[in-house]
Design a protein around this ligand. Structure first.
Ligand SMILES: [Zn+2]
Length: 254
């Protein structure tokens, strides 16, 4: 059975970016590179749940000689210092997946204080230079709005994955909703972009990577979605199916 969203399928994405000749980058490296030598592929992951899956994905990339960026939420089930340190030791970048406007119900003053405290907890265990907002689908707060009032560079951060990448030059692909089609089910994890590619399955993404229709790409994935056993795959499938139905309900109500 050709199941999508398995770790084996993710490995095929990695092999595609290698074989198609992209220069593979973390978000930090992208922001620090002024003149990339070729088309590049930025690989990033938002660790929303199941940090153990992130560790498996990080090992897989490491075996292929790749380094990517892992954004961890600061929650009891995700902020696991041993796992974070282990992933950093493989050469991957660790970033902070913040959601402090949601956590403080839109109170900007409290949100920036919580942000500083959580960032400090990350920096006790590893270097953090970049951040990405957690697009909490059922919260009315867009966590990126924090930067309409504050400046993350004041906190020794060089970039925010949704705000600092030039998406006019980099085609953005995200697995939210268990599809690569950004128009479906994607309430928050989107960027401002002319969405000229409507692809659904990972095999279609792989074909597109080889065709190099767009010169540089950013591939954003959630490790909890990518299963390495049938039982895990069905659990992840059911969870995505349920969330997609609820999101569909929310967008129909708008
Ligand atoms: Zn997230």
């Amino acid at each position: 059975m050709n199941l999508d969203f398995t770790l084996d399928k993710y490995k095929k994405i990695c092999q595609a970016v290698i074989d198609a000749g992209y220069e593979i980058m973390t978000v930090r490296k992208y922001l620090q590179t002024t003149n990339p030598i070729s088309d590049y592929a930025i690989l990033r992951h938002d660790v929303d749940r199941n940090p153990g899956n992130a560790q498996k994905m990080a090992r897989l990339e490491n075996r292929l000689g790749l380094a990517s960026t892992y954004y961890f939420r600061y929650t009891r089930n995700v902020f696991k210092s041993d796992i974070i340190k282990n992933i950093a030791s493989m050469g991957h970048e660790i970033g902070y997946h913040y959601e402090t406007l949601s956590k403080t119900n839109g109170n900007f003053e409290k949100a920036i204080e919580v942000f500083k405290n959580e960032l400090a907890e990350f920096r006790k265990i590893c270097e953090v230079n970049t951040i990405s907002m957690h697009g909490k689908p059922f919260s009315k707060w867009d966590n990126r709005e924090l930067w309409s009032k504050y400046d993350f560079t004041d906190l020794d951060l060089i970039g925010e994955a949704y705000l600092s990448i030039d998406y006019d030059k980099v085609q953005y692909f995200c697995d939210t909703g268990r599809t690569w089609d950004s128009k479906k089910y994607n309430i928050r994890d989107h960027v401002k972009q002319d969405d000229s590619f409507e692809i659904d399955k990972t095999d279609e993404l792989i074909s597109l990577l080889f065709s190099k229709t767009k010169s540089s790409v950013c591939i954003s994935s959630h490790p909890n979605r990518w299963a390495d056993s049938n039982a895990e795959w069905f659990g992840s499938y059911l969870s995505d199916w349920l969330i997609n139905r609820i999101k569909l309900g929310i967008s129909l109500c708008k």
